[in-house]
Design a protein. Sequence first.
Length: 435
Amino acid sequence: MNNFSGNTVIVVLDDDPTGTQTVHNIPVVTTWEKSTLDHMFRADYPLFYILTNSRAFSEEVAVSLNEEIGGILKELGQQYDRKILLISRSDSTLRGHFPSEVDALGRGYGYQNPLVFVVPAFIEGGRLTIDGIHYLRQDGVNIPVADTPFAKDPVFGYRHSDLTGWVLEKSEGSLRPDQIRRVSKTDLLGSIQELATEVDGSDCKVVVADADNYEDLTKLSELIMAVFETGREVLVRSAASIVKTLGNLESAPLLEARTLLDPSCTNGGLVVVGSYVPLSTRQVAYLMEHLPLPAFKVSNEVPIDLPALSQKIENQLLAGETVLLYTERDVQTGNSREENIRIGQRYSDLLVEIVSAISSTPAFVVAKGGITSSDIATKGLDIRSAMVKGQLIAGVSVWEPGKDSRLDGFPYVVFPGNVGNDQALFEVVNALTKK
């Protein structure tokens, strides 16, 4: 599958489930016990994902779990004589624990001086890096990401769209500007081997990369491979798109909703929205206006009889109705980063408690938002493993839950909070509810 030597395994640590949005027929596990990861090596998968959901946790927890996983992978790599390329997949709009969890992953794996490639380009979602500036392309216009609502995130906010400036901002003095090398599109047109020798032989610690199409990502993958194959310690911090080129995955057509559904299932589907970004709020409003569904809103501020609500939703599902479960749309914020994480987790816990009490298998589940899609999968539905089937629309992946899940036999749709236009959620749900 991949372009590396035959004994190389690509392991993607995904800080929420949305990183599978560019691949198909690839396994993902939601736990990192050694026995689970050992199975992935014994099955000889050349590429697999570990869902860490670390973006939902405090920095301290994210650092701890990355270091732990790095250590386990190091042991298994030695046991099975495999070289491992480690990818820390995170948000294409630059939210996440950086550089702390990347550093922790390297420490756990035993790296002394890794070269970190920062590649946040997500081509399908219009996240493009041009001349060192990271953009969100919206309605045909490239908007610097620091000028978007994502940069105002109460937990992971930032001031810089320039990737070098962003890395320096997030490193808080641990890096110097001369330790960061920008790889431009012009660089990628030259000799990749010469470029690899340059970045490998310098005092460079971080490479930030331009990319606004898959041709750029293919060249960047060649560069990463060239450095990695020399024996240099390499870590990749990226969005979803470069996983496709590093794994040498062929493109696949979008999935058809009707082929995903079990024709014998008469139950309705379940749509769960926890993401609070403005785009998600507009998508929920459009869905409710154009496809009237039984809808239930939960809030930290209003007491809820959760068992009764779960029963109401289950009754609607059994009646063949597709149900919308969503959180309060007004963003609540605290006085610190840690408090904001706790607020988000309380909302997610409410959704999980409701879904956990549903015992009937829905026709499908759509989970909107990174933390939401992770917690509903791992805590609400006890999905321990899944196969990524592909994408329903660009950037929206579909998982087939493993037989070891609490419920199975339904498509699990992972819908990022920051993907699509205002109509996208409606289009997905409408396609899945059409008979």
